[in-house]
Design a protein around this ligand. Structure first.
Ligand code: FPP
Length: 249
């Protein structure tokens, strides 16, 4: 949380504070392209991406958005070059260690979703520490999807529910949307109201498939390292202009 906040520290006057999304999810795309355009190695894009995420988290807190979820590493990202995967693992670990004190000061509650058991042990330890230390914080809920895949999440929920049925702890008729949601990694936080994806890609990429059923999507051409408060402001303006009907007229 050390990145200097950019301008726009107060909620912009054209936004209605009572109609802000309660949960924003972000697919942070374009780090590699940003770095390439600057003539830098791809990893520099990820490094810069962390600063942008920190400022977005702070901005959500400043403006009154109570939950932010970021897609940091997908189950498919293991297919990247080994050096990049290693760098990302090291970056996550270093960021968690470096930022813990500030997350405490800023009242951030951090949580992780995904198959964490496949991550390096030292990263798992850092994750456990940051989750435990921040669990009483109520300023903002920050969820990081790491080694996350939406289909895999749905399958593990199905397996847990099927096993409860097999053991006679649950009747098949008792399985409803609410129960299913409670078996997902995201049981601690409501579904996203707004999904932002940068770099112009129009895909969900296996992110929060169940939870995104009624999310409004906002796609910007900006690359993630260029996503600043002015961009977030535009995303929120677009969101507030949408007519959310949830399938009704
Ligand atoms: C996508 O850009 C970005 C990632 C796969 C990594 C994002 C991770 C961070 C910004 C770090 C977050 C850290 C913590 C601790 C929460 P890309 O590499 O796919 O870019 P490209 O599409 O231009 O190649």
């Amino acid at each position: 949380m050390t990145a200097k906040p950019t301008a726009l520290q107060e909620l912009p006057a054209d936004l209605d504070r009572y109609r802000l999304p309660k949960h924003v999810a972000v697919i942070m795309d374009g780090n590699g392209r940003w770095a390439k355009r600057q003539g830098l190695p791809r990893i520099m894009g990820h490094r810069r991406g962390v600063d942008v995420l920190k400022d977005l988290l702070r901005c959500c807190k400043d403006w009154g958005v109570p939950a932010l979820t970021a897609y940091a590493f997908s189950t498919e990202n293991w297919g990247r070059p080994l050096e990049e995967v290693d760098f990302l693992m090291m970056l996550f670990e270093r960021v968690l260690r470096r930022e813990l004190q500030e997350m405490m000061q800023e009242n951030v509650q951090i949580q992780f979703v995904g198959n964490l058991s496949a991550l390096p042990q030292s990263l798992q330890d850092e994750i456990e520490r940051s989750v435990n230390d921040t669990k009483q914080n109520r300023g903002i809920q920050f969820t990081v999807a790491t080694n996350y895949g939406g289909r895999q999440e749905i399958l593990q929920a199905c397996q847990a529910i099927a096993s409860a049925v097999q053991q006679g702890k649950l009747q098949p008729e008792e399985i409803d949307e609410e129960l299913f949601s409670r078996h997902l990694y995201t049981a601690h936080v409501g579904d996203p109201d707004l999904l932002i994806r940068t770099s112009g890609e129009m895909r969900l990429s296996n992110f929060l498939l169940w939870q995104m059923a009624y999310a409004e999507m906002y796609i910007t051409e900006a690359l993630w390292p260029d996503f600043d408060r002015a961009e977030f402001h535009r995303a929120l303006c677009a969101y507030q202009q949408r007519d959310r009907r949830f399938g009704k007229v």
